[in-house]
Design a protein around this ligand. Structure first.
Ligand SMILES: Cc1cc2nc3c(=O)[nH]c(=O)nc-3n(C[C@H](O)[C@H](O)[C@H](O)COP(=O)(O)OP(=O)(O)OC[C@H]3O[C@@H](n4cnc5c(N)ncnc54)[C@H](O)[C@@H]3O)c2cc1C
Length: 294
């Protein structure tokens, strides 16, 4: 791995100018994905690296009607952030088992999403919370739903010289609950499959359901058929079973060193069932038993 220049700008404007002047440069945040890929020569060595670690604007969590998470806040800080815990419980779940303490101390959400791994653990929780990304370049700022950000393994909607500056999440509405489950071979391994679920319940009726999965398709994805099976129902056994049954047609897992395709399919269905059962503790509407989870 050879790299000609390493820049450490202290303002966003300077970082964007550097990116515009150096089209072959790459941004680096924690480096926990990028440095591995450079060592393995997945990427050609860039002419320059532009560090995002000294830019205060990217390192803040701002709380208003919308929660604004700076793209370069270390995951260790997010894992103990009370606003994240309160508003995005599924993300707090994901961060609790994310890598190791050393990884969480430097890794960031901007890097996790920018890396666009199908097995990103941050993506399913953010997808169920309808997160949007704020993107900036020297041409200006735009917002994009996270669901439109991933284009394929390692591929995103980022334009040349564009950077994720923040993750934006509205709400959630009162009564919303969310949860994240993952399955991996051993701790610190990328997930074989992961599932996040968000439910909003009015009385006994589910008014909003969001289901997302990771590591079972070329990108993290929403499982819209499962959402449709849950929304408008009393979240009874039939609705939960229909949601779980819809998973198989919605995902496209691969077989690799971590797991066979059939096992990923099985695990995804089991994780969705478990997530619905876990949320039974948070909302009276979800049935607590049955369903043959194995
Ligand atoms: C031992 C180990 C364990 C791991 N465990 C997990 C795990 O449990 N779950 C999981 O999901 N991942 C895991 N990972 C992968 C990695 O740690 C995460 O994806 C992490 O969040 C990446 O963040 P980073 O800041 O280190 O990204 P970097 O490596 O700095 O960057 C990754 C990519 O994103 C780009 N980038 C970075 N910041 C931005 C930005 N703001 N805007 C645009 N592009 C940007 C970079 O140019 C690069 O292409 C693990 C990695 C290791 C080495």
């Amino acid at each position: 791995m050879t790299c000609i220049a390493y820049h450490r700008p202290t303002s966003l404007g300077a970082a964007l100018e550097l990116a515009a002047e150096n089209p072959d440069a790459r941004f680096i945040a924690g480096g926990t994905d990028l440095l591995v890929k450079l060592r393995k020569r997945v990427h050609a060595s860039p002419a320059a690296l532009i560090s995002l670690r000294r830019i205060d604007e990217l390192a803040r969590v701002e709380v208003g009607e919308c929660l604004r998470i700076g793209a370069a806040v270390p995951l260790a800080d997010l894992a103990v952030n009370e606003h994240v815990r309160e508003r995005l419980p599924a993300l707090t779940d994901a961060l609790a088992t994310f890598g190791s303490r050393q990884i969480r101390n430097v890794a960031t959400l901007g890097g996790n999403l920018g890396n666009a791994s199908p097995g990103s653990d941050a993506a399913p929780p953010l997808l169920v919370h309808d997160a949007r990304l704020e993107l900036r370049s020297t041409s200006g700022v735009r917002e994009i739903p996270l669901a439109e950000f991933f284009r394929g393994p390692g591929e995103t909607a980022l334009g040349a010289g564009e950077i994720v500056t923040a993750i934006l999440v509205d709400g959630p509405s009162e009564g919303a609950v969310s949860v994240f489950f993952r399955k991996s071979r051993v701790s610190m391994d990328i997930a074989i499959a992961s599932v996040a679920v968000l439910l909003e319940v009015d009385g006994t009726r589910c008014t909003k359901a969001r289901v997302a999965a990771g590591a079972v398709a070329p990108t993290p994805l929403r499982l819209e058929a499962a959402e449709a099976a849950l929304e408008g129902t009393a979240l009874d056994e039939a609705a939960c079973a229909a949601a779980v049954a819809s998973v198989d047609a919605a995902i496209a897992p691969i077989s690799d060193v971590r797991a066979e395709e059939w096992y990923r399919r099985h695990v995804t269905a089991v994780l969705l069932r478990r997530a619905l059962m876990r949320l039974a503790g948070s909302t009276a509407a979800v049935p607590t038993g049955g369903g043959g989870v194995s």
